[in-house]
Design a protein around this ligand. Sequence first.
Ligand code: SF4
Length: 322
Amino acid sequence: MVYHITAKILKGRDVSCREASELYLGKTSLFDLMWAANTIRERFKKNRIGFCSVVNAKSGLCGEDCKFCAQSVHHKTGVRRYPLMPQDEIVMAAKQARDNGAGCFGIVTSGRAITDKEEIMNICRAVRKIRKKLPGLDCALSLGILDKASLDMLKSSGALRFHHNLETSRKYFPRICSTHSYEERLKTLKAARSAGFKICSGGIFGLGETRPDRLDLAFTLRELKVDSIPLNFLHPIKGTALEKAKPMSPAEILRVIAIFRIIHPKKDIKVCGGRVVNLRRFEPMIFFAGANGMMIGNYLTQPGQDPAADLEMVKDLGLKIV
Ligand code: SF4
């Protein structure tokens, strides 16, 4: 079955929901899944790997109640709280990201949305400076639930991507957040697409969702025709509602990456939060499970590992950073 489906995907046809379910929910071994995912990655992404990096440009004090998030006011995590960073600090973080090898730099703010016009203007100014000073670096924005007018304004700054995760399946979402809806997230993504952004949207796994929830998320993202898919794996933070969640095993994480590659053969699949802490010595396997990118440097509220170690890992595997 796995060979037949892989051959079909290599010919440019999509895996059906029934086939993906048989692969992911059935008895296909991890090694067969990874063989399929790696074959597909090599065909459509060659040996090219992309790094992205983010700055937490506004931290803490978010009124939303996402159960996994250290920045929610509903949790007591001791996370740093600060208003929107000055433009020059954002530009400095972008330079650091570029020097570390990132090809895409994300400006992320906590909170339901950036609505203050002055803040939006400041983010636009920061993006313009980055585009001017660091021309090879793509800019992504992750600013919450926004309307078309704000998105149009932000797009005019020269930012390439808008990032907004769906997090999980539509069915499971109300179990992880009660202060906004899945529909609002979908609406933001559609508005960002119509404003001209490339869309970056994925999810976080290990929240207590089932395997069918993960498949559901993968197919919703396929319907949305997202351009890149960040995959995060819960690193339970003390003080959050999910502080006692059981971390996913490396094998289960690799299965998730592989099925996302099989469902999204040509998209960019990036492994982001939870990579280092959850995968440990299995980190290099993400590429053989189908990923063609990863986040480097610090995460939003947690330190990452030395970017030089990530660079070395990719080079040691004979892969090429783009
Ligand atoms: S909206 Fe964003 S910053 Fe706020 S709690 Fe949810 S994930 Fe955290």
